[in-house]
Design a protein around this ligand. Structure first.
Ligand SMILES: *Cc1c(COP(=O)(O)O)cnc(C)c1O
Length: 376
């Protein structure tokens, strides 16, 4: 039997119960379960505000769009970002009509503070930090740099549902954090996400932007029974980015198991670390300063990554690569910023299988293959 990188686990009966409730009530859209998951998420994470959306890609776009509109940022205003990420992170900057500037990473695979400092210009308005694999890297240092320099700090927390430091969800001190509940993330639905602003005003604003710019407040405040529902105002160009109750019904159930499942991911990772520590041809990623990572990924690096990938594939093990340096993609090749560490990592990293349906025997089978690799 083959061993895959990610297979999401759904608590099927409970999810179906929640979906059935939506169908029976005749309410599958915005409201109902979307409000319930927002409340559950705030309770779980201690964010003060959370808005349920259709994806983290939309959320990252919105995070930038909210601050851009508020502060009248211009096309040549800059957003510092990483090139070792899923393409959504950087597309979001272009969706918002802003200019990405690439800073380099360090051995945590997250942004390097000294490289960030060297990228700051008078045009720098925001920075996106990606907590890759659930890792925190030098989050604190970079958040402090941003707050000292008046730069908006955005956390791409697509891998960080349940990643905690000092028993607290990471991201609550960011200006805005964006989570993904996409099909193969560690809190899987089919497609959904959460955007969590620090300030109430931004949270209110983003709710308007996720529903086409419609301002429901105009009459909702004065008319109780829902007559005049059509008498809303549209004040600016918004998007169709809000989440729906079917996705929320799944997320509500999946969230209940998040801590338990992240903990299982950590035991997989511990097993890998114990069994691979003597292999001098591979390196672990430096996981800094964190007491409870979501462990969305377990990454290692080695010089002959592509050969190792072929060897594992030939033995029915299918790891992944997170990610290819985005500057290798044609449309990003000419943006500012040299990232030698990212480029090197991009050719060396490999993500070993981590998911709930993987038994520790499966993990051991992968470890045996890796232990035999250079002996072949
Ligand atoms: C998956 C992912 C996203 C996008 O999430 P979606 O919910 O699929 O839009 C953004 N950033 C990173 C780092 C991701 O891995």
């Amino acid at each position: 039997m083959s061993i895959q990188l990610f297979i999401p686990k759904f608590h099927v009966d409970e999810c179906l119960d929640g979906i059935k409730e939506c169908l029976e009530k005749g309410w599958t859209g915005l409201g109902f379960k979307t409000l319930e998951i927002e409340k559950d998420w705030c309770n779980y994470t201690h964010f003060n505000h959370a808005h349920f959306i259709n994806s983290a890609t939309s959320g990252l776009h919105l995070a930038l769009e909210v601050y851009k509109r508020e502060n009248n940022w211009q096309h040549d205003d800059e957003v510092i970002t990483t090139s070792l990420t899923f393409i959504s992170t950087n597309h979001a900057i272009l969706y918002a009509g802003l200019t990405p500037v690439f800073a380099d990473i360090n051995n945590t695979l997250c942004l390097d503070p000294s490289s960030v400092l060297s990228c700051i210009t008078e045009k720098t308005k925001a920075l996106i930090f990606v907590g890759i694999g659930g890792n925190m890297g030098q989050y604190e240092d970079i958040r402090k740099i941003c707050s000292q320099k008046g730069i908006i700090f955005i956390l791409d927390a697509a891998h960080m549902a349940g990643s905690k430091h000092m028993d607290k969800q990471i991201g609550t001190d960011a200006d805005v954090s964006v989570f993904s509940f996409q099909a193969v993330k560690n809190l899987p639905t089919a497609d959904a996400g959460m955007i969590c602003f620090k300030s109430k005003e931004h949270d209110e604003y983003v709710r308007k932007l996720t529903w086409l710019g419609i301002n429901k407040d105009t009459y909702a405040r004065t008319v109780s029974q829902g007559s005049y529902k059509w008498m809303y105002d549209v004040e600016e160009l918004g998007y169709k980015y809000h989440g729906n109750s079917i996705m929320a019904a799944i997320a509500i159930v999946q969230l209940k198991y998040l801590d338990q499942e992240n903990s299982y991911r950590r035991s997989i990772s511990t097993h890998y670390r114990e069994r691979l520590q003597d292999l001098d041809w591979l390196e672990f990623i430096n996981i800094t300063n964190i007491n409870e990572t979501s462990n969305h990924l377990f990454q290692i690096r080695c010089q002959d990554r592509d050969a190792l990938m072929t060897y594992l594939n030939n033995n029915d093990v299918f790891p992944g690569v997170h990610y290819r340096d985005n500057k290798l993609y044609k449309m990003y090749s000419s943006f500012k910023g040299d990232c030698p560490n990212s480029l090197k990592a991009s050719s060396e990293i490999i993500s070993l299988p981590v998911h709930q349906n993987l038994s520790l025997n499966d993990v051991e089978a992968v470890c045996i293959l890796l232990n035999n690799y250079k002996q072949k």
